[in-house]
Write a protein that binds this ligand. Structure first.
Ligand SMILES: O=C(O)C(=O)C[C@H](O)[C@H](O)CO
Length: 307
């Protein structure tokens, strides 16, 4: 087994507006996470972003960007005539909100080719996906994806999952609850954010989130809570890991970078509580940049900083 696969949608991102001038980049929750895994795991550790792509000039630029940064696309299909989705970041102070243009994005077809999906997930140490990955799929494709993840797990991959609840992407709360719980039953590592879990499941505290996920069978649970301490709950042991102060300008990607740094640290052999400490350091640096992706060398410097 070797390598990390992250499944989902990478969009065109508009961030850091000065007046009407926007900076264009590429981002999307599961892509943001693989970006930080790429930055922080060993340089020869294979990482692939599993999605579906278009063939217009922006799709070509997107794939060139991945390749230039050492991120493969495994057997992801390239769909003729399709193009990527787009989102723009609005800021209220450093707090972000998103406007999306993504209904026809190529990524919505990521589970359409079962053989390609199975090939992309084959032999991975870790397969990662999120509630956004589930939300963008049709109900039929959502089940195909969950089946592919289940097969990967049965074949020895560890499954990591972040519910990353975005109410606007779901038809209704019941569907979101059911799909996200189904995914959690397949997860070895859960990386939820407390306010999302409170909204969706009514959890009263991060400890209640950890207890609910543990009852679903998850063994390694990290409950993020913004600038409050993260709860690391692993087989009965609980550690609360303090966040790191930051001069935040844009909180986009904070949770995703936490996940990427956490998973990279675990891949590099660190224990869960130490991995969460590193993850907080990286997330605190990421929010000091506009957009979801901080330069890899900045993430590395934050990750290596002596604690
Ligand atoms: O909201 C989404 O679907 C995105 O993927 C955009 C952002 O990059 C992501 O939410 C940040 O966590």
């Amino acid at each position: 087994m070797s390598g990390f696969a992250s499944i989902g949608e990478c969009m065109i991102e508009l961030s850091g507006a000065t007046g009407d001038n926007w900076r264009m980049g590429f981002a999307g929750d599961t892509f943001n996470t693989i970006w930080y895994v790429r930055a922080l795991a060993a340089p020869d550790y294979p990482v692939d972003y599993v999605s579906a792509f278009g063939d217009d000039p922006f799709s070509v630029k997107q794939r060139d960007f991945f390749a230039a940064n050492g991120i493969g696309i495994a057997a992801s299909p390239i769909i003729s005539g399709a193009c990527p989705g787009l989102y723009a970041i609005s800021l209220d102070g450093a707090e972000r909100s998103f406007t999306y243009w993504r209904n026809d994005a190529a990524a919505r077809k990521l589970a359409g080719d079962r053989e390609a999906l199975a090939a992309s997930l084959k032999g991975r140490d870790i397969v990662y996906f999120s509630g956004i990955t589930l939300a963008i799929l049709t109900p039929v494709d959502r089940q195909l994806l969950l089946e592919a993840v289940k097969n990967a797990r049965e074949n020895g991959s560890k499954i990591a999952f972040d519910p990353n609840y975005r109410p606007r992407l779901w038809d209704n709360v019941e569907t979101a609850r059911s799909a996200i719980s189904q995914a959690m039953r397949l997860a070895d590592i859960a990386l939820p954010t407390f306010p999302d879990e409170k909204d969706l499941f009514g959890d009263a505290t991060p400890a209640a989130t950890a207890a609910r996920l543990s009852a679903l069978g998850v063994k390694e649970i990290i409950v993020k809570d913004g600038t409050a301490p993260a709860l690391v709950s692993v087989q009965g042991r609980e550690d609360w890991i303090e966040a790191v102060p930051a001069n935040a300008v844009d909180t986009t990607g904070a949770g995703d970078s936490f996940n990427g740094a956490y998973l990279a640290a675990r891949i590099n052999g660190l224990a869960p509580a130490d991995a969460a400490r590193r993850a907080h350091c990286v997330a605190a640096r990421v929010v000091e940049f506009h957009g979801a992706l901080a330069p890899m060398e900045e993430a590395r410097a934050a990750f290596e900083k002596t604690m």
